[in-house]
Design a protein around this ligand. Structure first.
Ligand SMILES: [Zn+2]
Length: 199
């Protein structure tokens, strides 16, 4: 198991964060599809994640499904912001409201429920801290006037401990100051940053 853990550590890069909450240190090996239920997936690499003790305990053997549809965000394959939303006033993660379906994302709701993403104080604090840091960087870039989008995108990436930029540079983040300011005053820079952050 030591080899699996060190390989997973190498895969997630320097920060070695939990792949579910992106907040705590990833210390445990987690089977996305629970090993007691899905025996044949037990040793598939794509089924193995690195997670923190807290997320691992909450997740346990839970694996919500509707028919063949998995109702849990797979952090190795999906953009979590397709199903989840961020509340900048509390720092909580909640289900995303799907305008087309005119309803909350069921996958988002189940993921929040399983991992308690809307009721973990330390987690919310961490997300808010990252939001504050990213906001400050945008504000100083706005104050400086001329903005080099490549430099800005690199700086933002290095500060994004929680993978929040995907949200900040989406339609939802666009309505929040100072991201809204950046988009209004420098639409070209905003677009280049959004593109660079996806790469
Ligand atoms: Zn975690």
């Amino acid at each position: 198991m030591g080899k699996v853990l060190s390989t997973l550590h190498a895969m997630v890069g320097e920060r070695q964060r939990c792949m579910y909450c992106l907040d705590s240190h990833g210390s445990d090996i987690e089977h996305f599809r629970p090993k007691d239920v899905f025996h044949k997936h037990m040793y598939h690499w794509e089924n193995l994640l690195l997670c923190c003790t807290h997320c691992g305990r909450l997740k346990g053997n839970k694996f919500p499904m509707a028919g063949r549809r998995v109702l849990l965000v797979d952090p190795t394959k999906e953009n979590p912001w397709d199903s989840l939303d961020f509340d900048p006033s509390t720092g909580n993660i909640c289900a995303r409201f799907d305008v087309q379906l005119n309803n909350w994302s069921v996958k988002g709701e189940k993921t929040v429920e399983v991992l308690h993403l809307d009721k973990r104080e330390a987690l919310s604090k961490g997300y808010l801290q990252t939001l504050r840091r990213l906001s400050e960087t945008i504000r100083s870039a706005l104050a400086a006037g001329a903005i080099d989008s490549t430099n800005l995108a690199e700086k933002l990436k290095s500060e994004d401990d929680h993978g929040l930029l995907g949200w900040c540079f989406s339609d939802r983040g666009k309505t929040l100051e100072p991201f809204s300011e950046l988009q209004a005053q420098h639409p070209g820079v905003w677009t280049l940053c959004a593109r660079a952050l996806k790469a």
